[in-house]
Design a protein around this ligand. Structure first.
Ligand code: AOF
Ligand code: ZN
Length: 370
């Protein structure tokens, strides 16, 4: 009976797999964007009942397939022979920060693999290995949705650069300071706490030399009580101007010891330099750009923004009496509205709109991505 049902599911048309793949896509959205893609997985038994659901929680944590299999195991399942594993991404073949999923899928004896998008990196080939190992493989189920999910991550991979998350903290009228330069604090403590959780999961944080001089930020990841978090990003400043001696981001250490200066105004060049740098034993694959105006504008103008967290505070600043204003962005090369880059609401990682204390956090990703 079970054998017969297995055969029936094994030859099922693509659309019969779609509800499970949709569930895996929904699970993937619970992860966060960055060094690794969003990936979700669902395990079903031979009758099509869902046994477990998993997702990837960012670089260094279990891949979605491992998470899903581990959850099934902890609910007492040990015989995987009649099961089908749905994964939004082709299972990885290589040992990266974590062991290869392909190997585990084979080891536990999963009968069938159904996946959405092919891994766009050199880590592809896992599906072929599994086919050779006797696992029945169905490729490309809801592939367009699975690819759209990581559209910008894939673009970053193809360009050989880190994924870029941008942080904007501004007044309702898109100001980052008042006429006299006062800027602390426009957004409230809840927004700043959220920023610090992001600082903990990135590889590098980047500001311009002007911000380094004017604000003298520490660029560390801190807990709400001000303690240093366990993992710290590489602190980076971009631009040619030399840092003031004693700038806080250096922590009094020599360049290369926890901080770096990228002596360029070209954001792509800065990213390529970072891509070949290591931090905490791994390549830099996720950068948080925090400001200021000229660095943010350069990244936007070069279409190098993959994700935005925009913290908007309900405060109006206007201009100085002379009309001067300190805005989030300067020129981004847009002279006519049709050229203005548009962003879509990002359903991943907490969703597109979150109230944080008195502020609203908008989570956005360029149009074309999901
Ligand atoms: C999967 N499932 O959930 C993810 C995959 O450094 P690692 O070990 O985390 O490996 C990262 C690479 O693995 C990443 O570049 C991509 O090719 C793949 N991501 N693969 O099977 C997952 N996140
Ligand atoms: Zn994997």
């Amino acid at each position: 009976m079970a054998q017969k049902e297995m055969r029936a599911l094994g030859t099922a048309p693509h659309h019969a797999h779609e509800p499970f793949m949709q569930q895996a896509l929904d699970a993937a959205l619970q992860g966060h964007r960055g060094a690794n893609p969003l990936v979700g997985a669902v395990l079903t038994d031979s009758r099509g009942a869902v046994l477990s659901v998993g997702h990837h929680r960012g670089a260094g944590s279990l891949h979605a397939e491992r998470d899903c299999i581990a959850r099934a195991q902890s609910s007492g399942i040990s015989d995987f022979s009649g099961t089908t594993l749905y994964s939004t991404l082709e299972p990885c073949r290589n040992y990266g920060r974590t062991p290869a999923c392909t190997q585990l899928i084979h080891e536990v004896g999963i009968g069938q693999l159904v996946y959405g998008a092919k891994d766009p990196t050199a880590n592809t080939g896992g599906a072929d290995i599994l086919t050779e190992a006797g696992v029945s493989v169905v490729a490309g189920v809801m592939a367009a949705d699975a690819e759209a999910l990581n559209h910008r991550w894939t673009a970053a991979q193809k360009q050989g650069r880190p994924f870029v998350t941008v942080h904007l903290a501004q007044s309702l009228d898109a100001r980052i300071a008042a006429a006299d330069g006062t800027s602390q604090w426009i957004t409230g403590p809840e927004s700043r706490t959220h920023t610090h959780t992001i600082r903990q999961r990135i590889d590098a944080i980047l500001v311009g030399t002007n911000t380094a001089q004017v604000d003298d930020p520490r660029l560390t990841a801190r807990t709400p009580d001000g303690e240093l978090a366990e993992t710290q990003p590489l602190r980076c400043v971009m631009g040619r101007r030399e840092l003031a001696p004693g700038a806080k981001l250096t922590q009094g250490r020599p360049e290369g010891d926890g901080w770096a200066q990228l002596r360029t105004r070209d954001p792509f060049e800065a990213l390529l330099t970072l891509a070949s740098a290591q931090h905490n034993g791994f390549p830099v694959r996720h950068v948080l750009v925090e400001g200021g105006q000229s660095v943010l504008s350069a990244f936007v103008a070069a279409d190098l923004v993959d994700e935005i967290f925009a913290y908007v505070a309900p405060v109006l600043i206007g201009t100085g009496q002379d009309g001067s204003a300190r805005n989030t962005l300067g020129s981004i090369g847009v002279e006519t509205l049709t050229d203005a880059p548009r962003y879509g609401l990002d359903p991943a990682d907490g969703g597109p709109v979150t109230v944080m204390g008195d502020d609203v956090c908008l989570h956005l990703t360029p149009k074309g991505a999901q």
